[in-house]
Design a protein around this ligand. Structure first.
Ligand SMILES: [Mn+2]
Length: 422
């Protein structure tokens, strides 16, 4: 059995041509490689989807239609602000050969091999009801080996505040350790149930969640604000493979081999670097583990996303900000960062830089960032403080307080500022 693991497609009218190009490319690879199921681990959409001629809805529906004519698709809701409530249900309504199953809550979804010649598309992929699970557990009424396939354990994106509210309603305080217990109880249930009813077939966890210790593309490690789960807790699901979404970086050295983030198919923001693509995951029978299908191979498939080129201009060294060499062949997007002293942080003619970038990279293909480099001094004066970006304020605070500020903290400051600007 073979699945494709995608996530964080972030389709919206901005950049829709690129989204369609890479998504369609991915679907074509999946067709050529004859996958059994496509899994999308959240954030298919980027924001509210309007029904207009500029809408991302129609082009994405066309690609989904093409995909679902060849294999079933499991879609999991992502972050609330991206996959807004109900926004994925449109795919369930489409008339497709194979089902598009949309998961909006933690549940066990049974996939029966499409080669099993089942009647009606719904029977290829369906939710295992509590009643069915109960019956299987008590009476061994259903042989999960019939029809091959696999079990999916889903965990859609959750908003921390909603979990807290839920816990408070149950008479708890809603603190982080209770959130941890809550997630752990779901994951542990998957492990227990799967062991009982999933003999011989792969178990695949599909979740839109932060695993503690994961890193962003820039090397920063996430901490705090999100609902997160430790990899040890997640392993309690005893899944053969973990298809994760949410973090836009597929390279995660801290995670086990069978736990992957897809990282998205294109550079949705200018901060991410590196390749974009998805995972092709194969399960097979191995002699030394008896008759069970286990994880056999994980392959990274690169998609032709437009690369991001970073131009760092050091005005503090007197570099000419308007003299740029295009740093790569062909199509690219540009991130232009300039570094100035606090006293002359307004020296640059942004319109001129913008015109230059548009000429080199095209419309809407760039981002300009200013970084103020403070001059060392014993106290921060108001003149420097005013107009500085958050990174520099943090740096200046460090200088004034005689405290070391790590690069990780500064990157966090950049991320916060970027978030506010968005
Ligand atoms: Mn995302």
């Amino acid at each position: 059995m073979k699945i494709a693991h995608l996530s964080d497609i972030h389709a919206c009218s901005r950049g829709i041509d690129e989204v369609c190009k890479v998504f369609d490319y991915a679907v074509d690879v999946c067709i050529a490689r004859e996958i059994d199921v496509m899994v999308i681990a959240g954030d298919l959409w980027d924001r509210t989807i309007d029904v207009t001629d500029k809408s991302a809805l129609y082009p994405i529906m066309r690609i989904m239609q093409k995909a679902a004519s060849r294999f079933p698709i499991l879609l999991v809701y992502g972050t609330l602000s991206h996959d807004q409530p109900g926004s994925l249900d449109v795919f369930v309504e489409m008339d497709t050969k194979y089902p598009v199953y949309v998961s909006n809550g933690a549940e066990i979804v049974r996939y029966v091999s499409k080669k099993a010649e089942v009647e009606g598309k719904g029977s290829v992929m369906y939710r295992l009801s509590d009643e069915t699970i109960g019956r299987v557990l008590t009476e061994e009424g259903l042989s999960m080996e019939d029809g091959g396939g696999c079990l999916f354990y889903t965990m859609p994106g959750v908003k921390k505040s909603s979990v807290v509210r839920e816990l408070i309603e149950r008479g708890m305080s809603g603190n982080d350790s209770e959130i941890g217990d809550f997630l752990r109880s779901i994951v542990r249930a998957y492990g227990v149930i799967g062991e009982e009813i999933g003999h011989g077939i792969p178990k695949i966890f599909v979740g839109h969640i932060t695993v503690a210790g994961s890193s962003l593309g820039n090397g920063q490690v996430l901490i705090g604000a999100d609902v997160e789960i430790s990899k040890g807790d997640l392993l309690m699901a005893k899944a053969d493979y973990y298809a994760l979404g949410h973090i836009h970086n597929h390279e995660q050295p801290a995670l086990p081999e069978n736990m992957k983030y897809c990282g998205g198919l294109w550079h949705t923001d200018f901060g991410s670097i590196g390749e974009k693509g998805f995972w092709l995951v194969e399960f097979g029978r191995k002699a030394d583990v008896g008759s069970a299908d286990v994880l056999a191979r994980v392959e990274w498939i690169r998609v032709p996303a437009v690369p991001v080129v970073t131009h760092d201009v050091m005005l503090i060294n007197g570099e000419n900000p308007y003299h740029l060499e295009k740093a790569c062949e062909g199509e690219a997007k540009a991130r232009y960062r300039y570094y100035v002293n606090p006293s002359d942080n307004r020296v640059i003619d942004k319109a001129r830089v913008m015109a230059l970038l548009v000429k080199m990279y095209g419309e809407h293909r760039h981002k300009i960032e200013r970084h103020v480099v403070p001059v060392e001094r014993s106290r921060v004066d108001d003149h420097d403080w005013h107009g500085a970006c958050l990174r520099d304020k943090v740096k200046m605070w460090g200088v004034a307080m005689e405290r070391d500020v790590s690069e990780g903290v500064l990157e966090k400051a950049d991320a916060v500022e970027q978030e506010i600007e968005l």
